[in-house]
Each structure stands twice: as C-alpha cells, then as structure tokens.
Design a protein around this ligand. Structure first.
Ligand SMILES: Cc1ncc(COP(=O)(O)O)c(C=O)c1O
Length: 310
C-alpha cells in the first residue's frame, strides 16, 4: 500500500458560480460522477511570465471542455466566455502567479442508476500550485518508461478524444503498472496494437531529423501542447507527420518525448529498459523544449497568441 500523501491546496474553489473556501468545496457522495465517471474536465496552466501571470491557450482548453461535455450530452449552463471569466476570477482570488487550473463539468445528484440524462450538470474550477509532473529533473534528464500491458480504450468503447473522467480509469491501470514496475510513465498501444500515447501525455518520436506522432485515429487525446509542439517544430523547419507507428519505432527512434499540460515537454530516455538514441535528451527535443519555454517565460515573443495576461 502507498502512504497517503496530502494533496494540493489553495484558498478558493469556484463552484456553480460562487467562490467557496477550499475546505467547503464538497459534493454529495451520490453525485453521478463519483459512481460512473460522468465528468468532463481540463488541465491548463498559468505561467509566471515577466510581464505578469499568463494563461496558456485557455480558450482552447475551454473549447475542449465544452466538446467533452457535448460527448457526454451535458447541457452546460455557461458560455465559453463565462467559463473563461470564471477561470480568471478563480486564479485572481487565489493570488497565485503560476498555477494549474482544473475545471470540471459533471453530473451531480439525481436519479440513481447508469442513465445520466436526468442528473443535474454542475461545475467547479480549482487551481493550485503544481511543479514538474514527472519530477524536477525530468525536463533535462528524461524519463524511463515502459510500454503498458493495457491498451488505450478503443474508439468504439469510449470516446478517446474526450477528456472525460471515466476514460482515466484506463490511464490509471497503465500508470500504476508503470510506477510499481519502477518506471516514471507508461506508453499505451491503441486497439490496433500501434502506438497511442502516455497515460496523461501525447507522444512524439524523432528519426533522421523527422518528427512523428500518432494521429487521432490512434485514439490519442487532441492535446493542446501537442498542437504547440507541431506548430513550433514546423516553424523550426522540421517535417512533422501524424501517423500509425508500431511499438518498435520507440526502440529505433533517435529521440522520443512526451508533451502535455502537466508534463510540458519531457524527454524519454529509455523504453522497456532500452535506451532511446543516446539515452539522454536529444538535440531536436531540446530545440522544441526551448522554443516552448522561451514563449512561456518571455524570452521570445508570443507570436501565436497563446498567452492571455491576467
Ligand atoms: C491522456 C492524455 N493525453 C494527452 C494529454 C495532453 O493534452 P494537453 O496538452 O492538452 O494537456 C493529456 C493531458 O491533458 C492526457 O490526459
């Protein structure tokens, strides 16, 4: 058994239109989401940029939140602009320069049973300080990962492009398997046996200075960081191809890396105990990492309009 570790903390959580003290942000044990995973959520970041706190692509996160809600057939009582404003208010109320932002739209208490349709739709927004998801050294040194025995959900079992609470049971199985096996993270194969993604990150490979990533048909989440990486890599002159790839592409790649809001751009230094390339962060990964952090940390102009200052 793992020890119980205290979770994050901030002052206020936005719940259905009100800012409530952190310890009072509670939902009923019979809320539908707890039993059946009927919630759409997001993970976004606010960066401490020299010009002030900057939300990264928050409009795109809100768009995906509403798209995931649509997949769950939830009628959301807020517009995208209202949700954005509520996020700004929650970050401001917590007085954090940099934080992780977790909005969730979910089915609350209503009729018991699987059918969610008559349950109310509720929403909260929590924010907290969150450092480097895969460890402080991961960004420089890279992480050791395994290919999971668990496949990512198939397109006709769940809806993999939705960021839906229930989908993350699949991620949890793979993550537990990886961590208990001494790895930092797991890579899941898709329903066809080709590469999909990490338990909470998209996957990129580099071979002969060309960049590859699994496509939407490989049951990946349409990551917003994935889109940043594709944009920056193309700007740097690399050819980026979205395609199906077999597992062994990991073993013969020159470089591999994960990307996501939590993991940012994290090099992968080994897969299944085989070194990836030289077994350390490769030059293409480093170039893309630098291009990404240069924008977020104010060393380069925000030429794609990704930042919104608070
Ligand atoms: C399964 C999965 N894939 C990919 C990602 C990366 O997506 P994003 O860059 O939008 O955070 C995440 C994180 O949200 C995720 O949970």
């Amino acid at each position: 058994m793992s020890e119980v570790v205290k979770g994050p903390r901030a002052e206020f959580i936005w719940m259905d239109g009100e800012l409530v003290p952190w310890d009072e942000a509670k939902i009923h044990v019979l809320a539908h989401v707890i039993h059946y995973g009927s919630g759409a959520f997001e993970g976004a970041r606010v960066y401490a940029h020299p010009k002030g706190s900057a939300m990264l692509r928050m409009g795109d996160h809100v768009r995906r939140l509403l798209e995931s809600s649509k997949m769950l057939r939830m009628e959301v009582p807020y517009s995208a602009e209202e949700i954005l404003q509520a996020i700004r208010d929650t970050v401001a109320a917590n007085k954090l320069d940099a934080c992780y932002v977790r909005p969730m739209i979910y089915r609350g208490v209503g009729p018991a049973g699987v059918n969610p349709l008559a349950n109310p739709v509720n929403m909260f927004i929590a924010v907290w300080e969150w450092g480097k998801y895969l460890g402080d050294e991961a960004l420089n040194d890279g992480v050791d990962v395994c290919v999971s025995n668990f496949r990512r959900m198939a397109p006709d079992t769940h809806l993999p492009m939705g960021k839906v609470a229930g989908n993350y049971v699949n991620s949890q199985y793979a993550k537990m398997e990886a961590v208990l096996g001494g790895f930092s993270e797991a890579i899941l194969l898709d329903h066809t046996g080709n590469l999909a993604e990490g338990s909470g990150e998209n996957l990129f490979l580099v071979r002969d200075r060309k960049i590859y990533t699994p496509g939407f048909g490989n049951t990946v989440l349409g990551g917003i960081t994935r889109n940043c990486v594709i944009t920056l890599a193309q700007e740097l002159g690399y050819e980026v191809t979205e395609q199906s790839m077999p597992r062994e592409m990991l073993y013969i790649a020159d470089e591999a890396f994960f990307c996501g809001t939590a993991a940012e751009v994290t090099p992968i230094r080994s897969v299944d105990r085989l070194p990836v390339g030289a077994g350390s962060r490769g030059p293409v990964t480093k170039e893309i990492q630098s291009a990404f952090f240069d924008i977020l940390e104010g060393r380069a102009e925000d030429r794609h309009g990704w930042l919104e200052f608070l």
